[in-house]
Design a binder for this molecule. Structure first.
Ligand SMILES: NC(=O)c1ccc[n+]([C@@H]2O[C@H](COP(=O)([O-])OP(=O)(O)OC[C@H]3O[C@@H](n4cnc5c(N)ncnc54)[C@H](OP(=O)(O)O)[C@@H]3O)[C@@H](O)[C@H]2O)c1
Length: 283
């Protein structure tokens, strides 16, 4: 029941019609018996500044930020926390005395991976050099990865991200193109993360960038795509005997981290998982 005491959290993006985040957060509020409600708001690019000012005026307590506003929104915040600053994007805002920006995307993916393997000293290969790759590559290094390889269709973009990682975090990082160079790097890799949209619905039959013959049993493979849950890449990983992590883990854990920033409480994984179960079936 929404009353005059209910605190509002939400999501801003364009589009937001298909977001499944409200199911997670509203289930978390229910679990802790918090009088909060999570609402998606469709915000067009030209209205972003007004949306942040309006949220502050309306006493909204927290917002998630999604495509296309994650970078642009930084202009309208008072404080940007270190990881978000390094990544250069914000996906979580907390409205307190100041308007604070955080990034929980990378943390979300890494928490999922850490359930299966530690990151410390490991060799991580990331496919793609866009927004998700930036968040995950910075967080991998912050979580102790020993070496990071960025493999991308457009090599210049991979080089730019690699340089950025090196400049900021003084890490052993390499940029490679897809194909032979990537195949060679995979031989002694520990963790492979796909951040490209290859294999995402409706293009579920697209050939993955890495096939089973390029993988080995010791590899942990994470696809950040969650629709479908088992992508072509994860099927190939299974064939190779490698361990797999679906994209739902990143989605859930970035949500859990945002929830913690807003409420100071950590919902159990199963509360968010169960909240998404039915929604995932509908995707
Ligand atoms: N699970 C989650 O919670 C979560 C969170 C965030 C994002 N995601 C998913 O992550 C994916 C990427 O998002 P993003 O924001 O990082 O996108 P983005 O900034 O547009 O970057 C996409 C990257 O994929 C590469 N790419 C695209 N199509 C390709 C193709 N046909 N062949 C080879 N490479 C290709 C691009 O290469 P070029 O540089 O050559 O163009 C680029 O490096 C999306 O599928 C999104 O749904 C999931």
């Amino acid at each position: 029941m929404i009353t005059g005491k209910t605190k509002i959290m939400g999501l801003i993006g364009d589009p937001v019609e298909h977001t499944i985040s409200p199911f997670m957060h509203n289930a978390g509020f229910k679990y802790f018996d918090l009088d909060y409600a999570y609402v998606p708001f469709h915000v067009a690019r030209e209205n972003l500044k007004f949306a942040i000012e309006g949220a502050r005026a309306l006493d909204i307590k927290g917002l998630n930020v999604t495509i296309p506003h994650k970078i642009e929104v930084m202009k309208y915040l008072d404080v940007i926390h270190e990881t978000a600053w390094l990544i250069g994007a914000v996906n979580t805002i907390r409205f307190a005395d100041e308007v604070e920006g955080y990034n929980t995307d990378g943390l979300g993916a890494i928490r999922g991976i850490k359930e299966l393997t530690p990151l410390k000293g490991r060799k991580v290969i990331i496919l793609g050099a866009g927004g998700a790759s930036r968040a995950i590559s910075f967080q991998s290094v912050l979580s102790g990865a020993g070496q990071v390889v960025i493999a991308n269709r457009t090599l210049e973009k991979a080089l730019k991200l690699a340089l950025n990682l090196k400049d900021n975090l003084n890490v052993d990082v390499k940029a490679v193109s897809l194909g032979e160079e990537l195949e060679k790097e995979l031989e002694d890799a520990d963790i492979l993360i796909n951040t490209t949209p290859i294999g995402m619905y409706p293009n579920v039959d697209d050939k993955p960038l890495v096939t089973s013959d390029m993988m080995h049993e010791g590899l942990v493979v994470n696809d950040v795509i969650y629709n479908p849950l088992e992508t072509g890449l994860l099927r190939e990983a299974r064939l190779a005997g490698a361990k797999t992590i679906t994209g739902i883990k990143m989605l859930i854990y970035q949500g859990i981290e945002s929830f913690k920033i807003w409420t100071g409480r950590e919902p159990p994984l199963k509360v968010f998982e169960e909240a998404l179960e039915d929604e995932i079936k509908k995707l």
